[in-house]
Design a binder for this molecule. Sequence first.
Ligand code: BJ8
Length: 426
Amino acid sequence: MSDYTQMWSDLGLDLKGHDALLSILGGAYRDIFHSQKDRPEGMKYFDFVMSEVHGLRIKELMDAKAQGRKVIGSYCVFVPEELILAVEGVSVGLCAGAEFNFEAAETVLPRNLCPLIKSAFGFKQGRVCPYVEASDVVVGENTCDGKKKAYEVLAPMVKDLYVIDLPQMKSDAGKDLLRAEYRKFMKKLEDVSGRKITVAGLKSAIETTNAKRSAVKRLADLRKSDPAPISGLDALLVNQIFFYDDPVRFTVSVNALCDELEGRVRDGKGAFPKKTTRVLMSGCPMAVPNWKVPMIVETSGAVIVGEESCVGERGTQWLTEIKGDAVEELLEAITDRYFKIDCAVFTPNPSRLDHVKEMYKKYRARGVIHYSLQFCSPYTVESGPVEADLETSGIPVLRLETDYSQEDAGQIKTRVEAFLERIEAR
Ligand code: BJ8
């Protein structure tokens, strides 16, 4: 890796803390990803991206900024990348998945808060995340109570915080609100970038985003095969990098990986032997470097064949229709697309359960692991009815609630192993 010290210093990072973070991240990555057997060659690109996630990619962001483009950071799949690309902006995900600097986060936030939020604050307060420091605008959104109140605390810490109000019900009024909020967000993006959103620009942005989503959908589809041609860990990594990488290069790289995986499927080659127990993950998003549970599952004799998650199919399953010849018509298509996202902050939220069942069948899973982050009310509360319904439908469920620490790793492993035994005994 080149020496990026000057760039990090210019961004205001705490170099000592940042070094410590990179060393933890690098060590975990090596232990978890490089120890896997029979990885596809195409994963080398994603290994490279991860090795340069705070280096080359940040340099690219800085180069884009020098050309007058704006970096827009966000924490939720409800923030439309199409609109950001339409003003030639760069969209980056800011969610964090490491227990880092929680003591500092807990000086401004309660202890009993979801680790995803605390992690983002720990990164910000510790000045170790070049993505948030490079962001010209940080976009928050009115989803769970934890996030929406935390943005009030975050506001004075970042250059420009913009919050999108999101509906909580899938009603006509809810859709009107979403459309109006996206229209306001367009205006914000135009103001901050000094660029007008045009029909041609928005169509091209939708095409780019659709191509990226189509590539990860293609990858997901290949996981239907037995043996699964790629591990769940590697597929999760691709879905995580989705939020950081250049969208066009990412799409090309995922499609190249899929070409290789198609060959593997033809040759009956897998990341694990044929008939390995197949499980589906469902629940809270897993941000980098949150790999604990997938690693435990895949070192316990199972393979993960799908993620019903915002870092997975909940975030990518729908494309945006390119229809009409006016910005307003395209905005309608964007609203249609995003309004389908079945996050647990919606009430009621039946389509998420339908999607879990559909994925279970499609990917030929034999059980579902429901993953909730500790103190995440939307997913933890929803996990009870989801489990009850799935079990009644004959789908075995393991409900896990965990955080970003490693303290419960042994206990989770024991529970996962017992769950796999239960599935295999059926
Ligand atoms: S659309 S899942 S990305 S809100 S885990 S912070 S919900 S307490 S991340 Fe999410 Fe958008 Fe929904 Fe998806 Fe709150 Fe739960 Fe924490 Fe969460």
